[in-house]
Design a protein around this ligand. Structure first.
Ligand code: M6R
Length: 364
């Protein structure tokens, strides 16, 4: 059942290239992006003036990625909020707000309650879920199914990549409807998105660097994940993966916030995992790595293949292929999933069934 892998989590991590390919299959029709299931005309899509992404846990982190994409490409203001907060605070939602509910299981209690609340207020709700006919699918106006297939490990991996891929599609669709990107740009971005499947395969074939980094962290009591922009969202997901399966305390911070408090945590050997891929904020992240290292941190960098300079600022480097910043959440999340799993294995934890957690949270 585990297909020769020692645990479901590793099996599911390795399924991710397939998930990306299946999620994108059939979406570019005659040179235009098409998501028929959303059931909104281009005119209706064009009227959307605000997006609220609501979700929990890992799905919420996919939402953080979506904010970068939707604001960047479609230029629509986007908020991301935990469904458990959204549902209890009378949020401002109007008929021109698009609410995007992201849920692997499609049955998370808080996400469902938030959907109901948003619909009462007149919003259009799109669900992004992995489970056919699930409550989230049934109660949304339109749904995109992530093609992850059944996910067994409690820690979400392949469903996260399916969500991020789907949200990339949604962001491109909104940009197309709003006329914010030219069609040839959209086709080019779609092509690059499709290429991430192969790039993830590349990352999966190089676990050695992850192994070394994991060995360096295994005795720690706490770890800090940092990044900026897209990297900050990736850091949040990396920290969640680590804490949920290895029981090692992990926190994520936007790298620029280090000086405002978290840097006080750093002493000799403290692990700092930095998302330091080449992109608009690369230099800024590198200087945060230097500041951490100067205080004794053991820095692990997720960096772009070919970046030899980064070695001067990190104790361990895990390379990923060069991709546009917008797609870095797909490629950079994979080594963080592998890192969390490897640390959990070294610490003797049950990777697939972490204590105190359930695969779906149907009560609040
Ligand atoms: O099924 P959902 O996507 O709605 O679940 C949300 C969270 O419970 C889930 O992502 C949880 O955080 C995972 N254990 C993360 O790996």
């Amino acid at each position: 059942e585990k297909g020769g892998y020692p645990d479901f989590m590793l099996k599911e991590i390795h399924e991710q290239p397939r998930v990306i390919r299946d999620t994108l299959a059939g979406r570019l029709v005659g040179g235009r992006l098409q998501i028929d299931e959303l059931d909104l005309s281009p005119e209706e899509l064009n009227l959307i003036d605000r997006v609220c992404v609501i979700a929990c846990g890992t799905s919420l982190h996919a939402g953080l990625v979506a904010k970068e994409l939707i604001e960047g490409w479609a230029r629509i203001p986007t908020e991301v909020e935990a469904a458990s907060e959204f549902r209890y605070r009378n949020p401002i939602v109007t008929p021109s707000t698009l609410v995007v509910a992201v849920s692997q299981s499609g049955e998370t209690a808080d996400t469902l309650a938030a959907i109901r609340d948003a619909r009462v207020k007149g919003a259009r709700v799109f669900g992004i879920t992995n489970v056919l006919g699930s409550p989230v699918a049934r109660e949304s106006d339109g749904v995109i199914y992530t093609k992850a297939n059944k996910e067994i490990a409690v820690a979400s991996t392949k469903s996260f990549l399916g969500q991020v891929t789907s949200l990339c599609l949604l962001a491109l669709l909104l940009a197309q409807a709003k006329g914010k990107l030219r069609m040839n740009q959209i086709r080019m971005l779609f092509g690059e998105l499709a290429d991430t499947a192969e790039q993830v395969e590349w990352v999966l074939g190089r676990e050695e660097a992850v192994r070394e980094a994991a060995e360096a962290c295994v005795g720690a009591t706490s770890a800090l994940f940092v990044g900026r922009g897209m990297g900050a969202a990736i850091a949040r997901e990396g920290a969640l993966k680590l804490k949920e399966i290895s029981y090692l305390h992990a926190e994520a911070y936007p790298a620029g916030e280090m000086k405002h408090g978290p840097i006080a945590l750093i002493d000799e050997g403290f692990p700092v995992i930095a998302v330091a891929t080449r992109g608009p904020v690369y230099d800024k992240v590198v200087s945060n790595m230097q500041e951490s290292r100067a205080r004794g941190a053991r820095v692990i960098a997720i960096a772009t293949e070919g970046d030899e300079d980064i070695r001067a600022h990190a104790d361990h480097v895990i390379y990923i292929p060069k991709v546009r910043d917008a797609f870095s959440a797909i490629t950079a999340s994979v080594p963080l999933q592998l890192l969390a799993r490897r640390i959990a294995v070294l610490r003797g934890c049950d990777v697939d069934q972490p204590r105190n957690l359930a695969k779906s949270v149907t009560v609040e």
